[in-house]
Design a binder for this molecule. Structure first.
Ligand code: DQA
Length: 156
């Protein structure tokens, strides 16, 4: 079964308590639970992972082939604005991904408008709180469903 990887960067483990004026009141567990249900209802396995460590996020991306991941929903958090290593990992595995942000990064400090991911992402969703993730998950499911319906018969 194809998997969708939902990957969260640093400090997102603090969601619920962390700067609710920017990030809302949902916890990471609530977000992951909702995304897992959405994926399962559409027939996809959802793998969720959060790390504060850049190398662990890179390792998780490098494991995508072994984990049968077909799509990545990624909130790189602060690494959005700094990480060539994560960008290179995504380019290396060459999987479609959506860049997600809870806050609208374009309405905040100027340094947050710089992203190392937007130009290689399939799309970017920013500013809808926890709903940003749900919109990304819906788009991921749609993408994978379309890909499946276009696959030659007898292949998956
Ligand atoms: C964030 C925005 C980033 O600028 C910030 O460093 C985060 C969260 C968001 O989801 O809005 O940690 O990615």
């Amino acid at each position: 079964m194809t998997a969708i990887l939902v990957l969260h960067g640093p400090n997102l483990n603090l969601l619920g308590d962390r700067e609710p004026q920017h990030y809302g009141h949902c916890t990471l567990a609530e977000i992951d639970g909702a995304l897992t249900d959405l994926g399962a209802a559409a027939g996809y396995r959802v793998i969720t992972h959060q790390s504060n460590a850049e190398h662990e996020l890179v390792d998780t991306i490098q494991r995508c082939e072994a984990d049968a991941v077909g799509f990545i929903v990624l909130n790189p958090a602060a690494f959005t604005h700094t990480s060539v290593a994560l960008r290179d990992a995504l380019a290396a595995v060459d999987l479609p991904f959506i860049e997600v942000h809870l806050s609208n990064v374009h309405r905040r400090e100027p340094f947050r408008t710089k992203s190392y991911f937007s130009d290689i992402a399939l799309g970017v969703i920013s500013g809808f709180g926890a709903q940003s993730y749900e919109l990304a998950m819906q788009a991921a499911i749609h993408y994978l469903d379309e890909q499946d319906s276009e696959a030659p018969r007898g292949h998956s």
